[in-house]
Write a protein of this length. Structure first.
Length: 131
């Protein structure tokens, strides 16, 4: 943090951004709070990995109580024992792999619902064009 402050002064900027891992950011924010006026010009934020995991967890909280969990288990996307780990975003690779699959599945269900609502049928040729 001292080095970042020094760099900020050398380049004559009023503030500087610093990206830290979650564990280091917690400590850095505590240090910044205790040395309040001295290092207020540091903007400490989390890296992309931790922001993405927080996003996965937030989305998991929204969809945890819907029937999407049943759909995922029945379609063999996920075993029933892994649901809590998935919705709590404990495994990055699993979340990264399954979230796009869930999104595509929901888009297909939404489109089919739209077709039913409008009482519209699509031909095989149209389906191939859409896919």
């Amino acid at each position: 943090m001292k080095q970042n402050k020094k760099i900020c002064e050398e380049v004559k900027q009023s503030s500087i951004q610093v990206t830290y891992d979650l564990a280091i950011a917690k400590v850095a924010l505590q240090i910044q709070a205790t040395k309040k006026p001295d290092i207020d010009n540091l903007f400490i934020h989390l890296g992309a990995f931790h922001i993405r995991m927080a996003y996965f967890k937030a989305v998991g909280k929204v969809i945890i109580d819907c029937c999407l969990t049943n759909i995922m288990v029945l379609s063999n996307l996920l075993e029933s024992g892994s649901l809590s780990e998935f919705f709590e975003a404990k495994h990055f690779n699993r979340c990264k792999r399954l979230r796009p699959l869930m999104a595509v599945g929901l888009e297909i269900l939404h489109f089919n619902s739209f077709l039913e609502l409008k009482n519209t049928m699509i031909t095989d040729e149209m389906a191939e064009e859409i896919a």
